[in-house]
Write a protein that binds this ligand. Structure first.
Ligand code: OGA
Ligand code: MN
Length: 289
């Protein structure tokens, strides 16, 4: 196994490891510690079925269910029966008039996965199974929120230290109102749990900004106007290129990221192209600081 750091503020590629095979304790330890150093880890040229993807994720923690099931989204995820409930299919493909997965071909705006539950998932394990042709886009970008926290200007840092924000479950990251939820106009009035704006990573002990999603976010204890202003400043700070890694997908890529210290977005792509990813996720704890 060989580790090559990305030419970006976080992330690394691990080579010479076939993820379809069970890992020795020692390898698991090395990969986990590489992940703690590099919260986005890439493995190229893999070919995993769902059970193998789930087995990979289990090396990092207990499996968690996808958001559609966590929210008990009554109409089901539309997912085909041959896909295990722990797997989240991320795809724009429609078969027999039904979407086979989550997120269409629209942009998935900056987000951390499933921050809108009490205990958001820790890791996401995304495997590219079908992609648009090379050069057709649908890249996925990641922000390092340890670095963003550490680089906060003093006045902003003071404003976030003991603040909590509300995380809204109503919309998917591609802007679709989930079934069973209603649109609302005052972000302080919507549903969703509150998490600290700065969280301590339970395994590395490092502090990271924890923003979730911009839309319908609200900082507790502030007027909506002040909350909007603070959030706009935080988001402008956190989304700077100096914190960013942009991933260009190849078939067979497995990308692992740590939702406790990175955010991601996916650009829109041509809806006539087929794109299909399978994702497993591990359970996380309640964000604390
Ligand atoms: C996800 C996600 C991005 C992508 O799986 O959580 O945001 O590239 N996907 O499909
Ligand atoms: Mn996501």
């Amino acid at each position: 196994m060989e580790l090559i750091r990305f030419n970006a503020p976080h992330g690394a590629e691990i080579r010479n490891l076939d993820l379809s095979q069970p890992m020795s304790e020692e390898t698991v330890e090395s990969v986990r510690s590489a992940w703690h150093e590099n919260p986005v880890l890439l493995f190229r040229g893999q070919n995993l079925d769902d059970q193998q993807l789930m087995a990979l994720a289990r090396n990092f923690g207990e499996l968690e269910l996808p958001p559609s099931r966590l929210l008990k989204y009554s109409h089901g995820s539309g997912q085909k029966e041959d896909v295990p409930p722990e797997i989240n299919v991320i795809s724009n493909i429609v078969e027999n008039g039904k979407k086979i997965g989550q997120l269409g071909a629209e942009e998935a705006k900056w987000h951390t996965d499933t921050g809108f539950v009490e205990k958001p998932p820790a890791g996401s394990f995304l495997h590219a199974k079908e992609l648009p042709p090379e050069g057709e886009g649908a890249n996925t970008s990641f922000l390092n929120l340890y670095d963003a926290y550490e680089a906060l200007p003093d006045d902003l840092r003071e404003q976030v230290e003991d603040r909590w924000s509300k995380h809204d479950p109503s919309y998917t990251s591609d802007g679709v109102l989930r079934k069973d939820f209603r649109a609302y106009s005052d972000p302080s009035m919507g549903p969703g749990p509150c998490h600290p704006l700065v969280r301590e990573h339970p395994e590395t002990g490092r502090k990271a900004l924890y923003l979730g999603r911009r839309f319908n976010s609200y900082v507790l204890g502030l007027t909506v106007e002040d909350s909007e202003e603070l959030l706009d400043r935080l988001w402008a700070h956190a989304t700077q290129d100096r914190f960013l890694y942009e991933h260009v997908w190849s078939l067979g890529d497995v990308l692992i990221w740590d939702n406790r210290c990175v955010m991601h977005r996916r650009e829109a792509f041509n809806p006539n192209m087929r794109r299909r990813m399978h994702r497993a996720q591990t359970a996380g704890d309640r964000p604390f600081r």
